[in-house]
Design a protein around this ligand. Structure first.
Ligand SMILES: Cc1cc2nc3c(=O)[nH]c(=O)nc-3n(C[C@H](O)[C@H](O)[C@H](O)COP(=O)(O)O)c2cc1C
Length: 213
């Protein structure tokens, strides 16, 4: 991974963002260009509308996800807060059908892992340069990676896509497939849904919140 050797690099190696008319020496310029670029169709991207409509999808159409949308989904991950801004996570963008099939097997044979866009979010505690015990750094890295994936998931929804978050996998098998020694925290499978479903019910907010005085 180039991004480990060069902390200035935002994207994982092998991923070429479409918006390339930027000065790579200007910090965050590429990221901002991607975030600013217009959506390709009319979608209500109001944050709360996006949240209220999101529903996991396990059945995707074969429609190819546009590169501009993939760029935005990845850029969204890079806007998430991270401990000390050390960005203790990496994204592996799995592209080949063969690797996706291997990931299906590594994910307890969940067939929908073979989705149009598959992103594996891994923890990278070595990036978290705090002088804290190893356990704390690991805790930060899992939070960094999880938040990044959550931001990407919401971005996918805002772009008219749908997704499924995969947490059930054999870590070692996934690491072998994507060829890394970094431990995965989640896999985000994204595409156009075959069907738009209503969001699932939740507990009453009053049951979730425990006021502390
Ligand atoms: C930590 C975590 C792990 C998950 N793991 C899986 C998984 O391995 N396979 C799967 O099909 N869905 C998985 N999901 C998706 C949940 O089943 C789904 O988010 C939940 O049923 C709520 O539905 P919603 O996302 O439509 O609101 C996971 C979600 C989270 C947050």
């Amino acid at each position: 991974m180039d991004s480990i050797d060069n902390p200035e690099k935002i994207y994982p190696s092998g991923y070429e963002p479409k918006e390339i008319h930027t000065d790579v020496n200007v910090r965050n310029q590429l990221l901002n260009e991607i975030l600013k670029s217009s959506p390709t169709e009319f979608i209500n991207t109001d944050l709360f509308t996006v949240m209220s409509k999101r529903r996991s999808t396990r059945k995707f159409t074969d429609r190819i996800v546009e590169t501009v949308k993939i760029d935005k989904i990845i850029a969204a991950a890079d806007t998430a807060p991270t401990a000390g801004n050390f960005q203790g996570f990496e994204i592996f963008y799995v592209k080949s059908p063969e690797k996706k099939q291997q990931l299906v097997e590594a994910c307890n044979n969940q067939p929908y892992v073979h989705a149009p866009v598959v992103l594996v979010f891994c923890k990278n505690p070595s990036r978290v340069k705090f002088n804290f015990p190893e356990e704390v750094l690991k805790k930060f890295a899992i939070q960094d990676a999880t938040l990044a994936a959550a931001y990407s998931q919401l971005a996918a929804q805002a772009l008219g896509l749908s997704s499924i978050w995969i947490g059930m996998f054999d870590e070692q098998k996934v690491m072998k497939v994507i060829n890394t020694d970094l431990i995965p925290s989640s896999i985000l499978c994204i595409g156009y849904p075959k069907q738009n479903k209503f969001p699932k019910p939740r507990r009453n907010l009053q049951e979730i919140v425990h006021a502390v005085w």
